[in-house]
Design a protein around this ligand. Structure first.
Ligand code: AMP
Length: 391
């Protein structure tokens, strides 16, 4: 079933004959050979080993247990200033250890001064909030520090109960946070640190009003940490409003167009797009692949066709229940299915190891979305492949 012969070389566009007649994005940006990376890449020289940083020995042990032998570049540049209480705007490529870059110093702050409702971390998707919480939990084992995740699609009663426990860190998506606030179950006034993960998404039109409201209600806020792989210059004023003289920290990897990812485009105009997709999926068969679609409807249609052709696929998007979303993500992580069809809901931040290939079945709305989508592969020092289909 999966061995349709397919001449990839013939179909994949030669960068010399790029046309961008239909796309609003310069298509040449979707093309990059990962082999270029070693030639162009500046090898980052760390300033610190974890043992040089003022981190409690138990935290050091937990970091080692996670297999982190030295700080990634964004961690090297952020951990100390965050411990010292500085505001940060951190720009770091996808999959370069952003989460631990803010969690490690927050945990150190809590070890030094354990107080409830210390940090509020806001993320744009339920999956990302859950993932941040998993990383937090693994970094605080035995430290008597606790967190709660507030996300939509979960039991409100259970959420209300978790808010009654002692919580040092709250991680959530804006909708559920504001629900809990409106019910009087969550009080923002004690939190000292606000973290916006994927902050350019958190500050765009969809979320910015909620985020501003939360920020203003944080009367005791002393520190703001913003992290993302992409930056929108139109948000400068908003960033200035919610931060205080922030240190801008950039990792050099971001200047290399997702260097570790081999990026190609395939023109599908006038051809059978689904057949072309199958050709790509069959080389090699069973590669762990994320397929991005523009809408939930497109995702469902594509899933139907792939299942009909016996592919091991499932789809994740905003219309699925939270339970289904979690099940699908775990099946994909565990390798029970090798194709995950997704809308942009999971394009940001989600860390799934060993995703070999990202296919943009429909082109992303803009280059920032592209960077986040393909950033699901080539993570934590690995290489990956991305193919964008252009109609
Ligand atoms: P993130 O960008 O936070 O999603 O992290 C991407 C991946 O890098 C995750 O799988 C982390 O567990 C991993 N990671 C984070 N920090 C380090 C480190 N210092 N050394 C090795 N891997 C890391």
């Amino acid at each position: 079933m999966h061995n349709t012969s397919y001449n990839r070389r013939r179909r994949i566009a030669n960068p010399a004959c790029i046309r961008s007649n239909k796309s609003t994005v310069d298509v040449s940006k979707y093309i990059h050979t990962s082999d270029e990376a070693p030639k162009n890449a500046v090898v980052y020289q760390n300033n610190y080993a974890f043992s040089d940083l003022p981190l409690d020995h138990k935290l050091q042990e937990l970091i080692t247990k996670k297999g982190y032998s030295k700080p990634s570049e964004i961690q090297d540049k952020s951990i100390l200033p965050i411990i010292e209480g500085k505001d940060i705007v951190g720009i770091a490529g996808t999959g370069t250890g952003k989460t631990a870059a803010f969690l490690i110093p927050l945990i150190q702050q809590l070890i030094t001064n354990k107080c409830h409702n210390h940090a509020l971390i806001i993320a744009p998707s339920r999956e990302l909030a859950t993932q941040i919480n998993e990383e937090f939990t693994s970094l605080v084992k035995g430290l008597d520090l606790y967190s709660t995740v507030l996300i939509g699609g979960t039991s409100v009663l259970q959420t209300l109960n978790t808010l009654k426990r002692k919580n040092h860190v709250i991680i959530g998506t804006p909708g559920r946070l504001q629900d809990m606030y409106a019910q009087g179950a969550l009080d923002y006034s004690a939190f000292k640190v606000l973290v916006l993960d994927e902050f350019d998404r958190m500050l765009d039109v969809g979320f910015s009003r909620e985020v501003q409201k939360i920020d203003r209600a944080m009367k005791a806020k002393e520190q703001t940490l913003l992290f993302s792989a992409t930056l929108d210059p139109a948000q400068d004023n908003l960033i200035r409003e919610i931060t205080n003289n922030p240190l801008v920290v950039k990792s050099t990897a971001t200047t290399h167009r997702s260097a570790a990812i081999d990026q190609q485009v395939v023109y599908t105009e006038g051809k059978d797009k689904f057949q072309i997709l199958k050709g790509i999926l069959n080389q090699p068969v069973d590669a762990k692949t994320i397929l991005f679609c523009e809408t939930k409807r497109h995702a469902n249609q594509l899933l139907k066709k792939l299942i009909n052709d016996s592919y091991a696929a499932d789809a994740i998007h905003g219309n699925k229940s939270q339970n289904r979303r979690e099940q699908t993500l775990s099946s994909f992580k565990a390798g029970k299915i090798n194709i995950l069809i997704a809308t942009d809901v999971i394009a940001r931040g989600i860390d799934i190891s060993d995703v070999e290939l990202v296919i943009n079945y429909q082109t992303p709305r803009n280059y920032a979305d592209y960077v986040h989508r393909i950033g699901r592969t080539g993570r934590a020092g690995k290489t990956g492949r991305a193919i964008t289909l252009i109609d």
